[in-house]
Design a protein around this ligand. Structure first.
Ligand SMILES: [Zn+2]
Length: 365
């Protein structure tokens, strides 16, 4: 049996039915880390950058830039602001523009996605600017993109779709509503998780079960096809507005550019803010905690990637129903009450797996 280190928590003592614990074998490198305990009110430490200077790119689509080296190589896309209040991605792209990043081979696309939502960002009330009409990261199925339904986000997704579909390698930069260590969402795809292992960051990788509400960009087309050489990763850089999310976003973007080979590794190395991690852990999501009632609250601290050691431990009360840990060392993935509604996913549950068993799939030839 594995020894456990108790994870610091802030919650009413009477609320603690389970001890959240972290395995001691977690990667030890400090790097840019967003580990912190749950806070009642997140503060906005980051300043949302002015992106108006990058509105007019060279693609005919606002806020989308394409740099072509003129030499053979993959098409790499970095996207920020899929969600309008996740400003660390915009800071990372701003950093790359400031460093005059250019591909040495292949093509590089830099895109600010939901700029309409971002224009509404208000640090005094930062949650609503996640989107305007609907979640931009649930509309990437062909039936939505090429269907007749209309919304601000669908219109933007239709503008972005040719670039997304042209990309061989995609990094979508996000952050989380609750405090949590950085986390790489690899969709349902082992090949993407294997690519995150090659990337070397962050310490925690996630294979999940998708979102019933709609297809995410990283699951579109070849990105989710095990037989395709395309790869897509979604980095969650930490809590939306904490300072270290910016460093994580920049560092991950730089490492991704180096791994794809479109940018010279020495150019990247001189700009990195962290050293390689000692190891990574894979969490495989097995089920979602979908609220059944408006009377839903967690019985364990709402800390992302917290571990509930014992199977059967009550996790959440949901009206008359009690959600329990399905197995020992149940990992709480992105627990949140920010969007509490019956039918909404309030958390996902997963278990640790060995990264060495991942199937990497074909590579770009
Ligand atoms: Zn997001």
């Amino acid at each position: 049996m594995r020894a456990k280190l108790t994870h610091k928590i802030l919650a009413p003592p009477g609320h603690l039915k389970a001890t959240l614990a972290m395995p001691p074998d977690h990667a030890t490198d400090p790097g840019p880390s967003c580990e912190r305990t749950a806070a009642a009110q997140p503060t906005v430490e980051l300043q949302a950058p002015d992106i108006s200077g990058w509105r007019h790119g060279n693609t005919g689509v606002d806020h989308v830039h394409l740099f072509d080296s003129g030499r053979p190589g993959p098409t790499v896309m970095l996207q920020a602001l899929t969600h309008g209040n996740e400003i660390c991605g915009a800071l990372a792209l701003g950093y790359l523009f400031g460093q005059a990043v250019r591909p040495l081979r292949g093509r590089l696309i830099l895109a600010f996605a939901n700029v309409a939502a971002y224009a509404r960002f208000d640090p005094a009330d930062p949650h609503p600017s996640r989107c305007v009409d609907e979640d931009l990261n649930r509309v990437w199925a062909d039936e939505e993109l090429f269907g007749s339904r209309d919304s601000v986000e669908l219109r933007r997704a239709r503008e972005l779709q040719p670039f997304v579909d042209a990309a061989d390698l995609l990094l979508d930069i996000h952050s989380m509503s609750e405090p949590c260590r950085p986390l790489m969402v690899c969709g349902r795809s082992e090949k993407n998780a294997a690519y995150a292992v090659a990337l070397g960051v962050p310490g925690d990788l996630l294979i999940d079960t998708g979102h019933p509400a709609g297809l995410r960009m990283v699951e579109r087309g070849g990105f989710a096809d095990p037989a395709s050489p395309k790869r897509a990763l979604l980095i969650e850089c930490g809590q939306h507005w904490e300072r270290c999310a910016e460093s994580v976003a920049i560092d991950t973007a730089l490492r991704f550019l180096a791994l794809t080979g479109v940018v010279d590794a020495s150019w990247v190395a001189s700009r990195l803010r962290s050293t390689p991690l000692a190891g990574q852990r894979l969490v495989r999501v097995t089920e979602a905690v979908v609220a059944r009632s408006p009377d839903f609250h967690f019985l364990v601290p709402m800390v992302g990637l917290g571990v509930v050691p014992l199977a059967g431990t009550p996790i959440a009360r949901d009206g008359d129903h009690v959600w329990r840990a399905p197995y020992d060392d149940t990992v709480l993935v992105m627990p949140s009450l920010s969007h509490l509604l019956p039918g909404n996913t309030q958390a996902r549950l997963g278990r640790f797996e060995d990264t060495t068993r991942l199937v990497a799939g074909p590579v770009i030839g």
